[in-house]
Design a protein around this ligand. Structure first.
Ligand SMILES: Cc1ncnc2c1ncn2[C@@H]1O[C@H](/C=C/CNC(=O)c2cc(-c3ccc(F)cc3)cc(O)c2O)[C@@H](O)[C@H]1O
Ligand SMILES: [Mg+2]
Length: 215
């Protein structure tokens, strides 16, 4: 096919959404993915749960693993107060290029730092390169088998501290069994499952919220 799905998602944003209006960007993507082509955005139903967790945590620094087209980046950034920001990691250059344009269209580029690269390569540099002490909120939505190793890496790098909230997408579908087992059985996390549905479908899926209790 001539264009990629992310390119078609960007086109839907540019034709249907208003520049500088993040909600219209979210609505345009959800409409396109519900009525035209499914895509792996967290979506409106799980997105509302993401919104409520962001509002509850009111984070100053957020880490997102897996930007894709920037849908959840926009959802998170639109709720951040001045001075707060979301660092989002994406290793596919084509997806990163689309996400930059989606984030720009929403007018939230001042609250977003999109880093092109693999999570495992960049997490060890977060303190030195971005001056991050620890993350208040981490949204995991990248390759499902990377959730656990990256969580352990974040712990080792001292980027998770008492009160840090991990919010993981897709813990049922596609599923992240080793990650779930870890956060649910670890004495250092208090975990809670938010039952929902796979984006734009009736299949079960959900988000797992895990609060770090300290060592
Ligand atoms: C280590 C590393 N570093 C940096 N970027 C990384 C990275 N690993 C991946 N990425 C990036 O993140 C996104 C990948 C997201 C993976 N998400 C899913 O696979 C996913 C799948 C479904 C799904 C459910 C049922 C089905 F039948 C089919 C698909 C739903 C979802 O919500 C998903 O998130 C993508 O943009 C990729 O380039
Ligand atoms: Mg997902």
């Amino acid at each position: 096919t001539r264009t990629s799905r992310p390119q078609r998602i960007l086109k839907a944003v540019q034709t249907k959404a208003t520049v500088g209006d993040p909600q219209s960007v979210i609505t345009a993507i959800d409409h396109f993915c519900r009525h035209r082509e499914w895509a792996m955005n967290v979506g409106d139903e799980k997105g509302s749960i993401l919104d409520s967790v962001v509002n509850e945590v009111s984070p100053v620094t957020v880490l997102e693993l897996g930007t894709y087209c920037g849908y959840s980046t926009v959802r998170i950034a639109r709720l951040l107060p001045p001075g707060a920001c979301v660092i989002t990691l994406e290793f596919n250059p084509d997806y990163a290029a689309i996400a930059r344009q989606v984030i720009k269209w929403s007018g939230l580029e001042d609250k977003v730092q999109l880093v092109e690269g693999a999570s495992g390569d960049w997490i060890p540099w977060m303190k030195e390169h971005f001056g991050v002490q620890a993350f208040d909120l981490v949204f995991l939505d990248h390759w499902k088998e990377r959730y656990l190793p990256d969580t352990k890496l974040l712990e080792e790098c001292g980027l998770i501290q008492k009160g840090t909230v991990l919010l993981a997408d897709n813990v049922i579908c596609p599923g992240t069994p080793d990650y779930l087992e870890y956060v649910r059985n670890s004495p250092h996390y208090n975990s809670q499952y938010y039952r929902s549905h796979l984006e734009y479908t009736k299949a079960e899926d959900g988000l797992e919220k895990s609060v770090f209790l300290g060592y």
